[in-house]
Design a protein. Structure first.
Length: 235
């Protein structure tokens, strides 16, 4: 159920609900994928999860998040960590009275900040339970490595471009096979990825492996992880 399509009588009475708060991003994704890549992927995954858990109340995706490490590329719009935490607090504060679970989910680099928020603030919202709904874990990353035959991309590389070819191919300019790639040691070591990657890509796979098959398989992997995590709490 999408909260923005519901009416307030739909949530009347003493019923408790399970909410999903999806967090996207508006940050550079190199020359081949759009600024909204993380939001597109988050929306796709939540759409698929809703098919298996139609009783979830899903909030509109927050399209701005902590992405200041991409500020070296104009067009990135970001919140500071403190602002993101306050936004999450205000959202949870708006719905916790009728919540059993509030699942907060995002694609990749906001995960540490969501986890920190939950550690520091979740007690305030009891008896509602605030949970980080992971899309990918170490086991999934290893499957991606096997799928690609080499490292998965840290940002804006093989898997994310392939994901966008599935979700909205018109937003993608696929890299040519002879497009140069640069090995980058820990692209996110600094708080400004432009210092290490002039084109905004962090993908240490030696080859470009960009296609819809990889895109769909990796998206299915993420959906499967989210479903397994939800089943832990709801079934």
């Amino acid at each position: 159920m999408r909260l923005k399509r519901m009416r307030f009588p739909d949530l009347s009475g003493d019923t408790k609900y399970n909410f999903v708060v999806p967090i996207g991003s508006l940050e550079q994704h190199g020359p081949f994928a759009p600024f909204g890549t993380d939001t597109y992927i988050t929306d796709y995954l939540v759409d698929q999860v809703e098919k298996q858990f139609p009783e979830l109340v899903i909030l509109p995706t927050l399209e701005f998040s902590r992405a200041q490490e991409h500020r070296g590329f104009f067009g990135t719009v970001y919140l500071t960590e403190e602002t993101l935490a306050q936004v999450m607090f205000d959202i949870c504060n708006s719905i916790f009275q009728k919540a059993d679970y509030i699942f907060i989910t995002s694609f990749h680099h906001n995960d540490p900040y969501i986890q920190k928020f939950i550690r520091e603030k979740s007690d305030f919202f009891q008896p509602a339970k605030i949970v980080h709904l992971e899309m990918c874990n170490d086991e999934d990353e290893q499957k991606l490595v096997e799928m690609l035959g080499g490292p998965s991309d840290g940002h804006a590389g093989n898997t994310e471009i392939s994901n966008m070819m599935v979700i909205d191919e018109a937003t993608v300019i696929p890299p040519s096979k002879d497009e140069k790639k640069t090995f980058i040691e820990d692209a996110f070591e600094t708080d400004n990825i432009a210092e290490k990657s002039p084109n905004g890509i962090a993908d240490n796979h030696p080859d470009w492996i960009v296609n819809k098959e990889i895109g769909q398989k990796s998206l299915n992997l993420y959906v499967g992880r989210m479903v397994k995590n939800l089943e832990t709490y709801l079934k």
